[in-house]
Write a protein that binds this ligand. Sequence first.
Ligand code: NAD
Length: 251
Amino acid sequence: MIDLTDKVILITGGSRGIGRATAVMAARAGAKVAIHYGKRLDAAEEVRAEIEQAGGTALIVRADIASREEVFAMLDRVIDAFGRIDIVVNNAGIWKKDPIDNLSDDVLAETIDINLYGCYWVIKAAVPHMVRQKSGNIINIASTAGQRGEAFHSSYASTKGALISLTKSLAAELAPHNIRVNCVAPGWVLTDMSRDAIAEDSRGSIVDKIPLGRVGRPEELAGPILFLASDLSTFVTGEILNVNGGAVLCG
Ligand code: NAD
């Protein structure tokens, strides 16, 4: 039912975790997939191989997502290869733990640069193409932390909250150009980002707060992301889609 035939999708942080699952599923739905990675070319190559072995089309693109210059160059590469950009998934991000009195200026700046500016650079580079095409689809990956806050992770939570208001602002602003802007707010999902925290939670306090009684799998995020990317959701824009096992029930 989710048909992305001939759509061009760019997924940042597409070499692992939620991004990887989304890349593989998007290719299965017929999309041409640009897999962005930051450091691990080998991991990106694995994703491309998996897509190509299943008969799909994939391109690997590298950029430090915090670098405006590198992100704009990355968008140029996608356009050179595929001729257009239909969907961007702003998925790359970092999650660092620090109490406020210990939070260094460097960590704060790095988190804002990657989690917030990085999304801005992708959006600013993609939107002119989408305006020209008279269509486009932007999906920002926020977090329950951006909805309810997260103790000891204020840098992360504040950037994710910003993505929620960025989503709503641009949904209204870009609708006249037939560009939809939505957000997925994951709860706990087992990936490299969360693996240690989940493993260390011997008392089960993470799972205890999730009504479905378990953490999510990356594929369980990919489905909702691609629902928003697809023509099954053409009347949905400015939405914050909760994908958290029932842990945080808000928009
Ligand atoms: P992950 O750590 O596996 O993936 C994050 C990706 O971002 C990696 O591919 C990493 O290389 C990339 N990245 C980070 N900094 C970068 C930079 N400067 N330049 C280029 N790439 C960079 O984690 P994940 O769980 O798959 O996270 C995906 C998204 O989901 C993130 O935005 C994260 O905040 C969000 N999220 C995850 C969880 C969870 O429990 N895993 C919960 C809520 C939200």
